[in-house]
Design a protein around this ligand. Structure first.
Ligand SMILES: Cc1cc2nc3c(=O)[nH]c(=O)nc-3n(C[C@H](O)[C@H](O)[C@H](O)COP(=O)(O)O)c2cc1C
Length: 342
């Protein structure tokens, strides 16, 4: 029986953040079961990327498990990797509520969470008990009150605590919900940030640990090309594309008016699919195989993910589709990827 399908009517009647907290409360109970099932993925799904052995290309995108509280559950559900975070160096509450809205008829989520984070110390301590065999990425951000000019200090502080506990680190410079954060994507700002982070990686003796950069879908094609050159030249390990979009034009009327009425925030889910794919294709063309790309944004089926892999992405991540379809989607994606039947 699909437990999520049974619970969904209840969850979707609740305010989205209350539903999230209830699902996490249940998830924590499940994580304490001594014998959670461990899915065995077929060999056809395995791949070595960034020097890491991924049992499947499918991972959980950042933002759902910000505090790394449900890692055994994600592993049991079949994800090959989980990106925890965004973690900020110091704890912060995030934006005032309401800040999370779902539109099930369109498979769309609007969020302006604003990096609610327990802070890097707490999350790092929790990661010390992470389950074996699951690849965990640590997605890092800066605190809201930290001026843009001091952003590097924040990323470094979070890195020092989180990096020793994870398999890769992702720098999030693409959330639309922290004022000024996306300015760090500008090549003049990005270069010193990446160089500074590669320095701290070296200082900590973690040269072999992949360092990735997560990008927004709202960048112009020429900006994407410039960012790719900065990333390759600096010597980081890979890119993740994309984060949520600010573009309300991805939503058709009459829904768009309702979405706009909810106010600020980033959009994710099915309406982001075409835009994210276009951005990824531009990045891949610009990369010419020099770095691996992790696909994210609007992916909701085996066909979508096979499409992203066929475009040249190395791995794929989902978030919104999981909320609407539940964990059974993970198995459906894996079956579709193996059978290549869509
Ligand atoms: C509620 C919510 C919170 C998110 N929080 C983060 C975050 O903290 N850090 C981050 O890098 N991305 C965050 N994201 C973006 C997702 O990781 C992903 O890039 C985006 O949702 C597009 O994928 P999707 O269409 O599969 O949801 C968040 C997305 C949602 C819906």
């Amino acid at each position: 029986m699909d437990l999520y399908a049974a619970l969904r009517p209840l969850l979707f009647r609740l305010d989205p953040e209350t539903a999230h907290n209830l699902a996490f409360w249940l998830g924590e109970r499940v994580c304490s079961w001594p014998h959670l099932p461990q899915p065995q993925h077929p060999d056809a799904l395995r791949r070595t990327i960034l020097g890491l052995d991924f049992p499947t290309p499918l991972g959980l995108a950042a933002g759902l498990d910000k505090g790394a509280t449900l890692l055994p559950l994600w592993q049991s559900l079949g994800f090959g990797h989980v990106e925890i975070g965004t973690v900020t160096p110091r704890p912060q509450p995030g934006n005032p509520k309401p800040r999370l809205f779902r539109f099930p008829e369109a498979g769309l989520i609007l969020n302006r969470m604003g990096f609610n984070s327990e802070g890097a110390e707490v999350v790092a301590a929790r990661l010390r008990n992470r389950p074996a065999g699951l690849i965990v990425g640590g997605n890092l951000g800066k605190n809201k009150e930290t001026p843009e000019a001091q952003a590097l200090d924040d990323y470094r502080a979070a890195y020092r605590l989180i990096a020793p506990q994870v398999d890769y680190v992702a720098l999030n410079v693409s959330s639309p919900n922290t004022p000024g954060l996306r300015n760090l994507q500008a090549p003049e700002a990005l270069k010193p940030l990446l160089v500074g982070m590669l320095e701290v990686r070296k200082e900590m003796g973690l040269e072999r640990q992949p360092l990735l950069l997560k990008l927004a879908p709202d960048l112009a094609p020429e900006d994407l090309d410039a960012i790719v050159e900065v990333a390759v030249t600096a010597g980081i390990s890979g890119l993740i594309a994309t984060n949520t979009t600010l573009d309300r034009g991805v939503v058709a009327e009459p829904l768009r008016t309702r979405v706009v009425a909810k106010g600020a925030g980033g959009l994710s889910g099915a309406p982001l699919k075409a835009k994210a794919r276009e951005v990824r294709r531009r990045i891949l063309a610009s990369l010419r195989g020099r770095l691996p790309l992790v696909a994210c944004g609007g992916l909701g089926s085996a066909e979508d993910i096979q499409g992203a892999l066929d475009d040249g992405a190395a791995l794929a991540q989902i978030y919104s589709a999981l909320i609407f379809e539940g964990p059974a989607l993970i198995t459906r994606i894996h079956q579709g990827l193996v059978a290549k039947e869509f």
